[in-house]
Design a protein around this ligand. Sequence first.
Ligand SMILES: CC(C)(COP(=O)(O)OP(=O)(O)OC[C@H]1O[C@@H](n2cnc3c(N)ncnc32)[C@H](O)[C@@H]1OP(=O)(O)O)[C@@H](O)C(=O)NCCC(=O)NCCS
Length: 187
Amino acid sequence: MPPFVLPDYRPVSYSRVTLTELMIPSYANFGGKIHGGILLSLMDKVAYAASSKHAGTYCVTVSVDGVNFMQPVEVGELVSLLASVNYVGRTSLLVGIKVTAEDVRTGLVKHTNTSYFTMVAKDDAGQPTQVPGLELETRDDVRRFQEAIKRRQFQQQYREQFDNARTSLAVDDQMGLLDGERCRIVY
Ligand SMILES: CC(C)(COP(=O)(O)OP(=O)(O)OC[C@H]1O[C@@H](n2cnc3c(N)ncnc32)[C@H](O)[C@@H]1OP(=O)(O)O)[C@@H](O)C(=O)NCCC(=O)NCCS
């Protein structure tokens, strides 16, 4: 049999995956709601599934963006994580993940959050390796790809501005920042 050769491009639909998991009591915190860490772990899992499907290799998580838990998830709910590759660079992939929770008794589905995981494909030696390009099959695919480019640009600007602000931060000159904040200096 000839060796398997990765295609130059893969369609978005190839990497689309859904992970559904029942929220069992051992996932709950002291308040009876599901631990944020459980959801993060499921998001990491589905991001891995989507990215490694597209890349055809092992992938690692590099950064996580947009994790905001706006609504609690309850024990007994069915959580579904829908993931697909929204954008690819040379070796990196941006996976968009939509998380919903369904109350099986009422059929009510709530959208709990949408997050973005940046993953990097690795070869067998553990080095970043090129991934196939992305075939955009719908206008939504195009929109998500464009949004990902903007997201990268904003993140880059944010990193640069924050690094500049941090390196130029002289503690004594910035005391005004603490006005109205809930802290007190005790040294
Ligand atoms: C991420 C990692 C591969 C980057 O390695 P590197 O030697 O800096 O490689 P490169 O500079 O070639 O970057 C590889 C890709 O990662 C992207 N990248 C690097 N740092 C990034 C960051 N902070 N945010 C987003 N993307 C990043 C680069 O843009 C590049 O993408 P591209 O090829 O599509 O342009 C490396 O730091 C790593 O392996 N980290 C550990 C990841 C891991 O183990 N995660 C599991 C959780 S413990």
